[in-house]
Write a protein that binds this ligand. Structure first.
Ligand SMILES: [Mg+2]
Length: 204
């Protein structure tokens, strides 16, 4: 099955949107560095966890072990309601395209790809494409759901309708914004209905 021009393609980011990446990484930092979770608050700036006292080198080492030993991508928590929301949109005819930049860790690609696919199945998340890609504007979706300020700005600069998935580190970005998955569903349904109305207009 392939998309045609009438199909609405929803580009869905994984970390910070479908999956609680920060919570998964926090658990790994607690285990690896014997830290108190109370000292690891939500990030207000999305970077390599400098607010938790990590430098680039310790972040890289900790992240690699989080993937290969803690198996973070296999065990992290799903965002509330993500499965139900994506099933509802999929049943309404929306094409779900998962887009992630998770292959940024060298020499951990096998476990990253396998754990990501296993997690998506376990969490009952429907999708038709799974894209491991850094250049997100290149995947050709109609609407994107994204939490990273850098990615939101790049997608919008390329002219793409992008819904900000609310996180403490992206509150400075303008609307459209969704605070949870039911809000994503409502916004995507509104676009879908507008398209369907347009398609029913009589031709001159
Ligand atoms: Mg993300």
């Amino acid at each position: 099955m392939t998309t045609d021009d009438a199909t609405l393609v929803l580009g869905v980011d994984l970390d910070g949107v479908c999956a609680d990446y920060e919570g998964g990484f926090r658990a790994a930092v607690v285990r690896q560095h014997d830290r108190d979770p109370a000292d690891l608050p939500p990030q207000t700036v999305l970077d390599q966890f400098t607010e938790w006292g990590l430098d680039p080198e310790s972040f890289a080492r900790t992240h690699r072990l989080a993937v290969t030993e803690d198996r973070m991508f296999r065990h992290m928590r799903a965002m509330p309601g993500v499965s139900e929301a994506l099933w509802e949109l999929s049943d309404a005819g929306v094409w779900i395209r998962i887009i992630t930049h998770r292959l940024c860790v060298n020499w951990a690609h096998e476990v990253t790809a396998a754990d990501t696919a296993a997690w998506l199945d376990e969490q009952r998340i429907p999708y038709r494409d799974l894209c491991f890609i850094g250049a997100k504007p290149d995947v050709g979706a109609d609407i994107y759901v994204e939490d990273s300020p850098t990615n939101v700005l790049a997608l919008r600069a390329a002219g793409h309708h992008t819904i900000v998935f609310d996180q403490a580190y992206n509150r400075h970005l303008p609307a459209p914004r969704a605070h949870d998955w039911p809000e994503v569903v409502a916004q995507v349904r509104a676009v879908l209905h507008a398209r369907q109305r347009q398609a029913r207009l009589p031709l001159d």
